[in-house]
Write a protein that binds this ligand. Structure first.
Ligand SMILES: [Zn+2]
Ligand SMILES: [Zn+2]
Length: 917
C-alpha cells in the first residue's frame, strides 16, 4: 500500500475526510502549497505550507504564557481533565507487552497488543491522555545539532475509541486541540495551520491532520478508521483517535528559546553550565539567529550539516571556526542532557546497557556521552547529571526517584567498564595514527561492534576529523527489532475443536478417559480432552501412557494438543474410540516443583541483586531447571548464597500459590508489566500465577499449591552466558535432596581416599597439597644437585642427526613429568645445540616434553616438535614456545615408533619449514 495513493484517495474528497466543523466555524480555508503540493487549512491566505517556514517563534513566542517543560504538562493535563479525559500515568519505556519492539516508540504503542499478527487496541479509559516517554534511536546524530531531535521525548497521547462510551471523533478532537493551543497556550487561531496527511500500519489506516505554528509541528491527530488497502477497505468497528504532541515542542514555543533543549532541560543545562564553568549565553542573539536560519535550511542540507553550518557562518559574517567555537559546547551539552535522560528512563524501567537487543543502543549512547565528557574535559559524573533530571521531573515522574540507586549502580559499572577498555582503545587509536589509515563508516561500525570504540573517541584522539553523518543511523538500524520466535509446526490442523485442558481444570488429575479425534502422521494423537501438559512456557511436557502405549512428547498447536505415541507401537487407533490416559505422576511433580522454584528464584534474584533483574528465558524439566536473568555481571559466591537463602525462606514460609485468569488490561493494571517475565501474552485473558506476597507472573505452567511442597531449592551452578545475561541452574524437591546426597557420597569417597573423615577432609586435602608441593620442590633441588652429572649424561647420550641436530630422547613410565621438565631445562642450558624430548607416562596419557637449546632454536622450534609428536600419539596437538613446549596423546602403541623415528620426524619438520620459507 502506497502512502501517495492513499493521500490522493483522501485528498480527492476533502470535505468527507479532512474538513471538521471547526474549519467552517473559524474560517479555515483549504489551500495548496505552491512549493510541495500538499494541502493545508489556515485562516490567512498563504503561498506555502508550514514545512517551508523558519522558526520565527525563536525570541518571539506567539503565546501569552511562558511555560517550562513540567509546567506545560501541568497546564495541558488540567485542560484535558476539565474536558472529561482521564489522565493516566506513563507506561514503561521498555515495551514488555509487544514482542516486536524493544522500546515504546509512540504513545499509541501503550494501547496496542499483537494477536495473530494483527494489532488490537486496549484503551483503559475513554478518552484518556498520557504523558508517554518514547525512545527512538534513528536520529542520534541529529540530537544537539537541530535544536529539536531527541533519543527520548515525551509524547502527549490524546487517545480514544470513537465507538465506545465516552468516545468522540474528528470534529471534537480538532476542536479540543485548537482550544488547547488557543486557551491554554494563548496562540491566536490565525497562527495555526492544519496539514493533510495519511497514516498506515499493521493492516489499518486513516487520515491525519498535523498542526503547525510558525513552522513548528506541534502535534499530529491520526484518525485510524479503515482496514484493508486503498482498493478494498472497510470501516473498523472501533475507530481510534491517536493524537500525539511533543511536550518538548509545546514548551519550546511558549519560551521561544534558541532550541527546544533550553526549554526541555532548562534547569539541567543551567546547572551543567555552572559546574563545567562555561559561558555560552554571552551572545544570546547569535544563538537565536543561528538556530532560526538552521531550522529554515535544515531540510535542504540534512545530508551534510557541516556544509549547512559553513553556509550559515557565511551568512552571519563569521568564520566557520568562530561559529563552531560558540555552537559546539552548546550542542554537546544538549547531547549529554538528552542521552542521560534516555538512560535514566530506560534503566529505571529495567533495561540494561549491553551488546545485545535493546541494550545495544543504550550502551552506544552511554559510551558516546562518556567520550564527549572526556573530549571536552568536563569533569562531571553521569550519575550526578541523572540526579538533576530526577529533580526536574519529580512532579511529572516521581517514580524515577525510586530507582535512583539502581540507576547509579548500573551507570557506575558501565562507566568502569568503559574506562578499563580505554587502554586498549588508545593503543588501537595510536596504531591508526601511525599508519595514517582513515576509516570509513563500515570500518567505524566494525570498530564499535568489536572493540566498543565510538567515533567520538576517535575524534578526541585525532584519528578522524569528523563523524560520518550516517554512522549512528546505520548502527542503530542493525539493532532495532527483535527476531521473531518460531514454534515448530507438525502440520496445519483444521476442523477440530480446541482440546479441553483437564490439567487446568483439576491440577491433580493424572488419569482420564478421552475420545480420539484424529491421528496425524501416524503418531500424533489428538483427543477431545487431556490431562497431559504439552511443552510450553519453557516447561517440558508430561510423559505417560495412553492405552498402554508410551507417550514420549506432547505439543500444543494453537488450541490443539498432540500426543506423540512411542515409535515402536503398531497399534491401530480408530477415530471416536475412547481411550484411557495415565500421566507419569513422578515426572509431573518434579517438573512442577522446578517451575514454582523458577518463579521464586526470579524474585529472589531481583530482591538480592536489583530491579534490573528480569527473566530472560527459562527451562524446566524433570531433573533440571535453569533460569536466565538480566544482570550486568557474573554472580559472586555471596550473591548466589543470598539468592538461594532468600528462595528457601520463601519455601519455608509455605506461601499459597494462587492461580486466576484476568482480563489482560485488568491484570496489567493490578500487577503492572512485571507480569510479563516470560514475554508478552497474545490473548485477551491472562493466567496469573501469584505466589502470595512474593511474585506475580503471567504463566501457563503447572505449579504447587503452597511453596512448602517444594521442600528445597538448590542452586547447582551459575554462569554469565552473554553480556547482560546470567544463567542459574538448580533443582528442587527430591532432585535437590538427591543432589545433596550425591555431593555427600563424593565427599565421602575423597575422604576415604585421603585416609581421612568427612569432617576433616578439608584439613587432609590441604596437607596433601602441601606435601605435593614439597615433593616437587625436592625433585627440583635433587636435579639441581646432581645436574652437572645428569646433564653431562644427557649430552653424551644425545646423538647427532644427519641434519646436524643433537637429539636426546627418552621414555619413562615411572617418574613423573616434574623431573623431566627440570632436567630438560638444565640440559639445554648446558648444551645450546641440544634438542631434548621426553615422553612420560601420565596415567592413560603419554605426555610430551620438549626443550630446544638456544643454537638449535634457530632452525627448529619446541612448539612445532611437541605438536607433531602429539599428533603421532593420537593427540590434538601441543602448545608452548620455541624453547619449551608440551603436548600428548593416548595412543601408547605409537611410543616405540616415535622413539625410533624421531630423527626422521625432525628432518621432515626441518624440510617443511624450509619449504615454507
Ligand atoms: Zn509545502
Ligand atoms: Zn512460569
Amino acid at each position: 500500500m502506497e502512502k501517495q495513493s492513499l493521500l490522493s484517495l483522501f485528498s480527492s474528497n476533502p470535505d468527507k475526510y479532512y474538513k471538521v466543523s471547526l474549519f467552517d466555524e473559524k474560517g479555515f480555508k483549504r489551500q495548496n502549497c505552491k512549493l510541495c503540493g500538499k494541502f493545508f487549512w489556515s485562516i490567512n491566505d498563504k503561498v506555502a505550507c508550514p514545512e517551508h517556514e523558519n522558526y520565527s517563534f525563536i525570541d518571539d513566542p506567539p503565546t501569552s504564557k511562558r511555560l517550562d517543560f513540567v509546567n506545560t504538562w501541568i497546564e495541558l493535563s488540567s485542560f484535558f481533565r476539565k474536558n472529561d479525559h482521564e489522565v493516566i500515568q506513563r507506561y514503561p519505556v521498555v515495551c514488555r507487552w509487544r514482542e516486536d519492539l524493544y522500546f515504546t516508540i509512540a504513545s499509541i504503542v501503550d494501547f496496542q497488543r499483537v494477536m495473530n499478527g494483527k494489532i488490537v487496541f486496549e484503551i483503559p479509559k475513554n478518552p484518556l491522555v498520557v504523558p508517554q516517554m518514547c525512545l527512538r534511536f534513528n536520529d542520534i546524530e541529529n540530537v544537539g545539532l537541530t535544536g529539536r531531535h531527541y533519543t527520548s521525548f515525551c509524547m502527549i497521547g490524546q487517545t480514544c475509541n470513537a465507538d465506545a462510551p465516552g468516545g468522540y471523533w474528528k470534529d471534537r478532537c480538532i476542536e479540543l486541540d485548537h482550544a488547547l493551543l488557543k486557551e491554554v497556550l494563548g496562540i491566536q487561531s490565525e497562527e495555526i495551520t492544519f496539514v493533510e496527511d495519511v497514516w498506515m500500519g499493521a493492516g489499518a489506516f486513516g487520515n491525519s491532520l498535523e498542526y503547525y505554528v510558525r513552522g513548528l509541528e506541534l502535534g499530529n491527530a491520526v484518525f485510524t478508521e479503515f482496514e484493508g488497502d486503498e482498493h478494498n477497505y472497510r470501516t473498523l468497528d472501533n475507530r481510534i483517535i491517536d493524537m500525539g504532541a511533543g511536550l518538548e515542542r509545546m514548551s519550546w514555543i511558549t519560551l521561544g528559546t534558541p532550541t527546544s533543549y533550553d526549554a526541555t532541560f532548562g534547569p539541567v543545562i543551567k546547572k551543567l553550565k555552572d559546574i563545567i564553568g562555561i559561558d555560552i549565553d554571552s551572545n544570546p542573539e547569535f544563538l537565536s539567529q543561528y538556530f532560526r536560519v538552521f531550522s529554515e535550511k535544515y531540510s535542504n542540507y540534512h545530508y551534510d550539516v557541516r556544509l549547512l553550518k559553513a553556509n550559515i557562518a557565511k551568512e552571519m559574517g563569521v568564520s566557520y571556526e568562530a561559529l563552531e567555537k560558540t555552537i559546539l559546547p552548546f550542542e554537546t551539552l544538549s547531547v549529554i542532557a538528552d542521552h542521560t535522560r534516555t538512560l535514566l528512563f530506560a534503566i529505571s524501567d529495567g533495561s540494561l546497557p549491553s551488546n545485545v537487543g535493546g541494550g545495544y543502543n543504550l550502551r552506544m549512547i552511554l559510551r558516546r556521552t562518556l567520550a564527549l565528557l572526556a573530549r571536552f574535559d568536563w569533569n562531571i559524573n553521569l550519575e550526578d547529571i541523572m540526579d538533576l533530571h530526577i529533580d526536574q521531573l519529580k512532579p511529572m515522574y516521581p517514580e524515577l526517584y525510586e530507582h535512583k540507586n539502581d540507576v547509579r549502580t548500573i551507570i557506575q559499572i558501565e562507566s568502569g567498564r568503559y574506562s578499563s577498555s580505554k587502554v586498549r582503545m588508545y593503543s588501537i587509536a595510536k596504531s591508526m595514527l601511525t599508519t595514517k589509515k582513515s576509516p570509513n563508516v563500515e570500518d567505524l561500525i566494525r570498530m564499535y561492534e568489536s572493540d566498543g570504540i565510538t567515533p567520538d573517541f576517535l575524534l578526541e584522539t585525532g584519528v578522524i576529523e569528523k563523524i560520518p553523518p550516517d554512522f549512528y543511523l546505520k548502527l542503530a538500524e542493525l539493532h532495532t527489532s527483535h527476531e521473531s520466535k518460531r514454534v515448530p509446526v507438525v502440520e496445519t490442523i483444521t476442523g477440530l475443536k480446541p482440546t479441553r485442558l483437564l490439567y487446568y481444570e483439576n491440577p491433580s488429575i493424572r488419569e482420564f478417559d478421552a475420545r480420539i479425534l484424529r491421528i496425524v502422521k501416524g503418531k500424533y494423537m489428538i483427543l477431545d480432552q487431556t490431562a497431559f501438559y504439552p511443552r510450553g512456557g519453557g516447561q517440558e511436557p508430561d510423559f505417560g501412557y495412553i492405552e498402554g502405549i508410551k507417550i514420549t512428547d506432547v505439543v500444543k498447536q494453537n488450541d490443539i494438543v498432540l500426543h506423540k505415541l512411542d515409535g515402536s507401537s503398531k497399534d491401530h487407533f480408530p477415530e471416536d474410540k475412547i481411550v484411557h490416559g495415565i500421566v507419569d505422576n513422578e515426572r509431573r511433580l518434579a517438573i512442577t516443583k522446578n517451575h514454582s522454584a523458577t518463579h521464586i528464584l526470579n524474585s529472589a534474584a531481583r530482591n538480592s541483586l536489583g530491579s534490573w533483574v528480569w527473566q530472560n528465558s527459562a527451562f524446566k524439566e524433570e531433573h533440571y531447571a535453569r533460569l536466565d536473568i538480566t544482570h550486568h555481571s557474573a554472580l559472586t559466591i555471596e550473591e548466589i548464597k543470598q539468592i538461594e537463602k532468600t528462595a528457601n525462606e520463601v519455601v519455608q514460609r509455605n506461601l499459597p500459590i494462587l492461580i486466576n485468569v484476568f482480563e489482560r488490561s485488568d491484570a496489567e493494571k493490578r500487577y503492572t508489566f512485571r507480569i510479563y517475565q516470560g514475554g508478552a501474552v497474545p490473548s485477551n485473558n491472562v493466567r496469573i500465577v501469584n505466589i502470595d506476597g512474593w511474585d506475580v507472573e503471567a504463566c501457563g505452567g503447572t505449579h504447587v499449591n503452597k511453596t512448602g511442597e517444594i521442600g528445597l531449592i538448590k542452586i547447582l551452578k551459575t554462569e554469565r552466558i552473554q553480556d547482560g545475561v546470567v544463567r542459574l541452574e538448580y533443582v528442587a524437591g527430591n532432585n535437590a535432596l538427591k543432589y545433596v546426597q550425591s555431593q555427600e557420597s563424593q565427599l565421602l569417597h575423597i575422604a576415604q581416599s585421603l585416609g581421612s573423615s568427612k569432617e576433616k577432609v578439608v584439613d587432609s586435602f590441604d596437607k596433601i597439597t602441601a606435601d605435593n608441593e614439597l615433593m616437587k620442590r625436592n625433585i627440583r633441588i635433587l636435579v639441581n644437585k646432581f645436574s652437572d652429572n645428569m646433564t653431562k649424561i644427557v649430552s653424551q647420550k644425545a646423538t647427532k642427526s644427519s641434519s646436524g641436530l643433537k637429539i636426546y630422547v627418552t621414555y619413562d613410565d615411572e617418574i613423573g613429568d616434574d623431573y623431566y621438565i627440570a632436567l630438560g631445562e638444565k640440559s639445554i642450558d648446558n648444551d645450546p645445540f641440544l634438542v631434548y624430548v621426553a615422553l612420560v607416562q601420565d596415567q592413560e596419557r603419554i605426555k610430551v616434553i620438549v626443550f630446544v637449546g638456544v643454537e638449535s632454536r634457530k632452525v627448529i622450534k619446541a612448539s612445532k616438535i611437541a605438536k607433531e609428536i602429539s599428533l603421532k600419539l593420537g593427540g590434538t596437538g601441543g602448545g608452548g614456545t620455541e624453547k619449551f613446549a608440551q603436548g600428548g596423546g593416548t595412543d601408547k602403541s605409537k611410543v616405540q615408533e616415535c622413539l625410533n623415528n624421531l630423527e626422521n620426524l625432525l628432518t621432515s619438520i626441518l624440510d617443511s619449514s624450509e619449504k615454507n620459507g
